[in-house]
Design a binder for this molecule. Structure first.
Ligand code: CP
Ligand code: NVA
Length: 311
């Protein structure tokens, strides 16, 4: 297959077609195997990638920096007080300067509209490393992890229990693109964004994925091959922690909820987890928990993504 992703942005998973997603995941599987067998190639030698963090990060920061390095490119990490947007310079000016130095701009920030504005001005590809609305790179890693575990994606049942946040939106698009059935169980008032649901439904018409919004966690996990959750208060919502802890009290993923899922069900969480809140220690540490494989796959999925868009 030629490479239709060359030069493209990844602002949400909705930027990919089902075919492009399959190609990307297949490449990630192949590159992961090659790396484990000791093959070392540096397809992005001589390139540079800006990694801009306007929110904290462990996994994204390290997996991108290491991944860019392994591909032979130079990662330029910008965050905290040295972040490019901290001195009142316009997004346009910052982007027009950055693109003279780097071949790709990756950013973690608050509003999705900021990532869109950067992409509007940028002549180099832009990658969303998490916004309040989407986390596409996590979605790629999670699909890779599920595919490794079950050998397929289409027809599996994936249930997310918790806040209708950036991860919930990402999973709706991930399911729609891959043909995986996705159920989101959230308390009233915390459902996923309607616009994303409508977009995902449109894509699902092509792949046959069933997308469902539910409220009862026990009913929602029946037949689930994957049970997944995320923090109840995302970055930027720290002040709402107490109020949200009450609203989500019945949405903890514990052993009894896992027992209501399919017998081969696995547990996933993008991390960081708040043990004792959205998930218990017993589930985090159970044999069915694949959270660390999921974290590792950030590296492999993003390497495949960058290989394609910068290839
Ligand atoms: N899952 C994830 O994006 O983790 P970080 O916030 O640590 O990057
Ligand atoms: N929903 C979480 C995901 C963290 C990776 C947040 O945005 O904080």
């Amino acid at each position: 297959m030629d490479n239709p992703l060359k030069g493209r942005d990844l602002l949400t998973l909705g930027d990919l077609t089902p075919k492009e997603l399959t190609h990307l995941l297949d490449l990630a599987v192949a590159q992961k195997l090659e790396w484990s067998q000791g093959h070392r190639t540096r397809p992005l030698e001589g390139k540079a990638v800006a990694l801009i963090f306007m929110k904290p990060s462990l996994r994204t920061r390290v997996s991108f920096e290491v991944g860019v390095n392994r591909l032979g490119a130079h990662p330029v990490v910008l965050g905290g007080t040295d972040t490019v947007f901290s001195r009142g310079e316009t997004i346009k000016d910052s982007v027009k300067v950055l693109e003279r130095y780097v071949d790709c701009i990756c950013i973690r920030t608050f509003a999705q509209s900021m990532v869109e504005e950067i992409a509007h001005y940028s002549s180099v590809p832009v990658v969303n490393m998490l916004t309040d609305e989407h986390h596409p790179c996590q979605g790629l890693a999670d699909l890779l992890t599920i595919k490794e575990r079950f050998g397929r994606l289409a027809g599996l049942n994936f249930t997310y229990v918790g806040d209708g946040n950036n991860m919930a939106s990402t999973y709706l698009l991930a399911g729609a693109l891959s043909g995986m059935n996705v159920t989101i169980a959230s308390p009233a008032g915390f459902e996923p964004a309607e616009g994303v649901m409508a977009q995902a439904q449109g894509i699902a018409e092509e792949t046959g994925a069933r997308l469902t919004i539910a409220s009862d966690p026990k009913q929602a996990v029946a037949d689930a091959n994957v049970v997944c959750t995320d923090t109840w208060a995302s970055m930027g919502q720290e002040d709402e922690h107490e109020e949200r802890t009450q609203a989500f009290a019945d949405y903890t993923v514990d052993e009894s909820l896992m027992a209501a899922a399919a017998p081969d069900a696995v547990f996933m969480h993008c991390l960081p987890a708040h043990r004792g809140e959205e998930v218990t220690d017993a589930v985090m540490d159970a044999p069915c928990s694949i959270i660390y494989d999921e974290a590792e796959n950030r590296l492999h999925a993003q390497k495949a993504l960058l290989s394609l868009i910068l290839g």
